[in-house]
Write a protein that binds this ligand. Structure first.
Ligand code: TYD
Length: 205
């Protein structure tokens, strides 16, 4: 295993993870760490093009799963693995748990196929720590509001997001030492306090 730490951030749309990624990046940089912030689908020029398709072009569930894993492969090879190899901390807005939650839970796609793709694409590389921003579907929908045109996922109904939450819960139950569940219904400062406490508890820094 290479030197850097790989941390992912997960949760349904509207759970509020993005601003905390920036706060954690600054917190780590103050402590002298090189930090790479990225996102999925995306993170490289090729993967960002695939993101556009996944978020906006109609397609079936298998095509969607293949495209998110194709984007992930490029992201891993081009950006994540080299950053970890030189000792950087990688903070990633979503990773493979999102595929199990959205394609597996939300769309009902075959989890065994996803597990096979995960093995091929990642060859054992998984995040060291995953912050799961857990929020009731109704609260997340209120937070999302009507601020902008929804993409193919944001446009889904409450039942879809309930299945996504169940998908995340199953992944967390299967890897409890990797997951830190954040009660994202709390106010911002309390959410950050939980993240900081988890970082200190791990004492990697
Ligand atoms: P998101 O990360 O929420 O970005 P933004 O804040 O710009 O909306 O959007 C990415 C969407 O892609 C989100 O709805 C979840 C979905 N997604 C999947 O369905 N599968 C995946 O494997 C990943 C990484 C994301």
């Amino acid at each position: 295993m290479s030197g850097g730490r790989f941390i992912s951030f997960e949760g349904i749309d509207g759970a509020g993870k993005s601003s905390h990624i920036e706060t954690l990046a600054a917190w780590l940089r103050e402590r002298g760490h090189e930090v790479v912030v990225s996102r999925e689908p995306g993170g490289t020029p090729l993967a960002e093009r695939l993101r556009e398709l996944v978020l906006h072009a109609p397609m079936d569930a298998l095509t969607e799963a293949l495209l998110v894993f194709a984007a992930r492969r490029d992201h891993l090879v081009q950006l994540i693995a080299p950053a970890l190899a030189r000792g950087a901390t990688v903070l990633c807005d979503r990773f493979t748990d999102a595929t199990f939650a959205y394609q597996g839970g939300g769309r009902g796609f075959d989890l065994a196929v996803l597990a096979q793709l995960e093995q091929w694409v990642q060859a054992g590389r998984t995040p060291d720590l995953t912050f799961w921003f857990d929020l009731p579907a109704a609260t997340a929908a209120q937070r999302r509001g009507a601020a902008r045109a929804p993409d193919r996922f944001e446009a889904q109904d409450a039942a879809f997001f309930e299945r996504v939450i169940a998908g995340y819960a199953a992944r967390a139950a299967a890897a409890p030492e990797r997951f830190a569940r954040i009660a994202a219904v709390q106010e911002r400062a309390a959410v950050w306090a939980q993240i900081e406490a988890e970082m200190r508890r791990r004492a990697w820094w």
